[in-house]
Design a protein around this ligand. Structure first.
Ligand code: MN
Ligand code: MN
Length: 296
């Protein structure tokens, strides 16, 4: 691989495309059980649309389109992650009638619309994965800043809709993993330096069995993502593993896709998946990834 292909902005492109590919691949089997997936698709490994949302082949869902809304807001603010600009972008995203939207996201954006506040109250029960799935642009925009600024940026975008300790913990773990992977660190290093200390500090995220049917609860989601990520050693098998677990498969696909894209790089993204992805989405992901890493 050429040196240019391993530079952080090319890994950022791979992470952003990985997010969209995982979303598009997983959406076909979202809310199915592994047994239902096996009966319908064998091993699901094609980007063909369908699913409960009746998507076109290559179409993405809220996971990717909320990330794109966040990225536009950051680029529009000269690379800064500003709560007001991000909340406005999310609200405009909801007004445009997205193909799907989570309950906590909807509630948070209505709270913003009615109160003007860019942070929902702390809620012990609002531990959905909706702020985790869309966080990638906040990491890319702060790649050259210190880690405190990255954490602030990730949580500012999160607290517009999700203000919960487990959501925050998951977001900061994935943000730190992404930052290391984008810098070129490998899978064993990510585990030793980030995941092991994270699991020791937050044992609720330790998987006790094979995670199947992961729900939208951020703990279930991240358990499945970490299991698939560390049980496999290339982009394609990692993504196929996680979406065939069913449940919130577009979201586990999206989160796993951004991590695996950052880890394995652009050359590892299957050409047949990239060809199947909505070309407008593909182009926006590439343009934002390069812009966000460059602007800070
Ligand atoms: Mn979705
Ligand atoms: Mn989902």
């Amino acid at each position: 691989m050429s040196e240019a292909a391993t530079r952080p902005e090319r890994r950022a492109v791979a992470a952003y495309l990985g997010l969209a590919l995982g979303d598009a691949l997983g959406a076909t089997v979202e809310f199915m059980t592994p047994a239902e997936i096996r009966a319908t698709h064998g091993i699901h490994q094609k980007i063909v649309g369908g699913g409960w949302l009746r998507l076109k082949a290559g179409q993405v869902t809220d996971d990717t389109t909320m990330a794109l809304a966040l990225g536009e807001a950051i680029l529009g603010a000269g690379g800064r992650v500003e709560a007001q600009a991000v909340a406005q972008a999310f609200d405009a995203w909801m007004r445009a009638k997205p193909v799907d939207i989570g309950n906590t996201v909807r509630r948070g954006l209505l709270h913003y619309r009615h109160s003007g506040q860019t942070q929902v109250p702390l809620d012990e029960h609002a531990a959905g994965n909706g702020a985790l799935m869309r966080m990638l642009p906040a990491v890319l925009a702060t790649l050259n800043a210190d880690e405190t600024e990255m954490q602030r940026a990730c949580l500012v975008q999160a607290h517009i809709t999700h203000h919960n300790p487990l959501s925050d913990a998951a977001i900061l773990c994935v943000a730190r993993m992404l930052r290391r992977a984008l810098a070129g660190e490998d899978l064993p290093s990510l585990y030793a330096v980030e995941v092991l200390p994270f699991l020791q500090a937050h044992p609720v995220f330790v998987a006790r069995k094979r995670e199947e049917n992961p729900s939208g609860y951020v703990v279930d989601t991240l358990r499945a993502v970490l299991q698939a990520l560390f049980d496999n050693h290339d982009f394609e098998t990692t993504l196929i593993d996680v979406v065939n677990r069913g449940g919130d498969a577009d979201t586990t696909g999206a989160i796993t896709g951004m991590l695996a894209g950052a880890l394995y790089g652009e050359a590892a993204l299957p050409a047949r998946w990239l060809r199947a992805l909505d070309p407008v989405v593909r182009e926006r992901c590439v343009r934002q990834a390069v812009g966000l890493v460059g602007v800070y």
